[in-house]
Design a protein around this ligand. Structure first.
Ligand code: SAM
Length: 389
């Protein structure tokens, strides 16, 4: 069986074209490139110190790498790129060029520093971004929803046979939809608020019910008559209003079923996905505090949840190997068969950094150490791939 985690040491620009057909194509590509904060290894920002040159140099670094990523992606694939304010505007335009503006899926705000950055002037920045693009929009497998966000407390009602649900009004509460704009959805249905039974045909004990807004104005239903007749168990009739001024209304029983998902918003909070601080704790417990700004596995797991559970994942800027860790955790949690290929350059660690003091010479040594530890602690195996030179 293929190991969940594989590592290749090298410059991703060199590695990516040599991966397929053996290792590709990839369904999820997560990129966490060096942010443009002055790391001399990846780009030379000392051209003349001007910001415009810094952007140009950074874009020149990224363009061929994004093109290489596009070439190794599957038709159902999506690419997720972490970025902060320094380059988000340039990256967005670059992604539009490389992937196509029409393949843009979302620009997510990721709240990785909930306390906010206290250094320097101005606002206490507490977020960065995740740009999401599809390789091909019509065939992309991305489902922008999550199972872990579903809160059972949102489903406070229980049927006699123990099924949990919540009640949603069957009438369309959006005023844009009314008998003028949606005439076929304005019709009478029949319900018994005593038994709860609902039908599109009259029956003994039933009251005729038409959809109305809170102010009494005519509204429309959300379900067609055919759907109402096909799913009577999913509807319930009950009294609403006060004892003196009550009327019968119809509600959908929205079930808390196995595998239920909730649509993801475009702001991801640290309390849901973790923060840079919690990411450091995760890394520490596995191999030590060997990397400055790792991403939390929760961010990656949320990304993974939007894609099929047999996704082939690629992380070309692996750093401390968070994507590989998240793949193992997610497989262990849901029985998925995802695999992750992590790539990192043999960049020397910063002199005096924790990694240096712990005896690691290169960042790729840190990636390797974490992925090995993941295989030991979480499982799924680990393999290092040496590409023929
Ligand atoms: C921002 S860090 C990634 C952090 C990672 N997501 C994590 O959670 O630990 C970027 C990484 O990309 C690596 N890198 C930079 N340029 C690279 C290149 N051309 N090819 C491969 N890796 C590269 C750096 O060594 C660094 O580890």
């Amino acid at each position: 069986m293929e190991p969940w985690n594989t590592f290749v040491e090298g410059d991703n620009l060199d590695v990516l074209p040599r991966l397929t057909p053996t290792y590709g194509p990839f369904d999820v590509v997560y990129l966490d490139p060096p942010y443009n904060t002055g790391n001399p290894f990846v780009y030379d920002d000392k051209v003349d110190g001007r910001r415009a040159d810094r952007h140009r140099t950074w874009t020149a670094l990224m363009r061929p790498r994004l093109e290489a990523v596009r070439e190794v992606m599957s038709e159902r694939g999506a690419v997720f790129v972490s970025i902060d304010d320094n380059e988000v505007a340039h990256l967005r335009l670059l992604m539009d060029e490389v992937f196509g503006e029409g393949r843009f899926v979302a620009q997510v705000v990721v709240n990785l520093n909930p306390k906010g950055r206290q250094l320097g002037r101005g606002f206490a920045t507490s977020h960065e971004y995740l740009l999401v693009y599809a390789r091909s929009l019509p065939t992309c497998a991305l489902d922008a929803s999550s199972r872990s966000l579903v809160d059972p407390r949102d489903f406070p009602l229980t049927t006699e046979d123990g099924r949990r649900y919540r009640r949603l009004p069957l009438r369309n509460t959006n005023k844009k939809f009314n008998p003028v704009t949606a005439p076929t959805m304005h019709f009478a249905i029949y319900g018994d608020p005593g038994t709860g039974q609902v039908s599109t045909e009259p029956f003994p004990g039933a009251l005729e019910i038409k959809p109305v807004f809170g102010d009494g104005g005519p509204a429309v239903w959300r379900w067609s008559a055919a759907k109402i007749d096909a799913q009577p168990d999913d509807l319930v009739c009950r009294w609403v209003g006060t004892a003196e001024r009550r009327r019968a209304d119809v509600f959908q029983r929205d079930w808390l079923h196995e595998g239920r998902r909730k649509k993801l918003r475009t702001i991801w909070l640290a309390e849901e996905i973790g923060s840079t601080d919690t990411a450091v704790v995760e890394l520490k417990s596995l191999v030590g505090h060997l990397f400055e700004s790792p991403k939390p596995t929760g961010l990656l797991r949320r990304i993974l949840e939007t894609m099929p559970d047999d996704a082939r994942v690629l992380d070309p800027f692996a750093g401390s190997g968070t994507a590989g860790h998240a793949v193992a955790l997610q497989n262990a949690a849901d029985g998925g068969r995802r695999t992750c290929l992590s790539v990192n350059a043999p960049e020397p660690v910063r002199p005096g950094s924790n990694a240096d003091l712990a005896g690691y010479a290169r960042v790729s040594d840190v990636t390797r150490a974490r992925l090995r530890a993941v295989a030991e602690v979480v499982g799924g195996g680990f393999e290092e791939l040496a590409l023929d030179s």
